[in-house]
Unconditional design. Structure first.
Length: 72
C-alpha cells in the first residue's frame, strides 16, 4: 500500500503503512508515530473500516502529540 503521512504538532511524522507482520490472508496496516513511538494496527483491506480508523487515529494523534521526532 502507499504510505500515508501526518505531521504532528511536535514536528514528528505519523506513518500509515503495511504492518511488517501483514500477510496475504491477514492484510493489516500500522499507524506509528515517529515521535513518541505510539502505534496502532487495523485491517488494511477495509477502506471504510480499518483504514478509516487508522486515518482517524493518525490525524487525532498528529493534532495532540508534542513529542519531538526521533531518528530511526
Ligand atoms: Zn506521538
Amino acid at each position: 500500500m502507499q504510505e500515508l503521512r501526518y505531521k504532528t504538532v511536535g514536528g514528528a511524522i505519523v506513518t500509515i503503512a503495511d504492518d511488517p507482520q501483514a500477510t496475504r490472508l491477514a492484510p493489516i496496516a500500522r499507524a506509528k508515530c515517529g515521535g513518541c513511538r505510539d502505534f496502532t494496527h487495523d485491517y488494511a483491506d477495509e477502506p471504510d473500516g480499518g483504514m478509516r480508523r487508522l486515518k482517524k487515529w493518525a490525524s487525532d494523534h498528529a493534532a495532540a502529540c508534542r513529542a519531538l521526532p526521533q531518528s530511526a
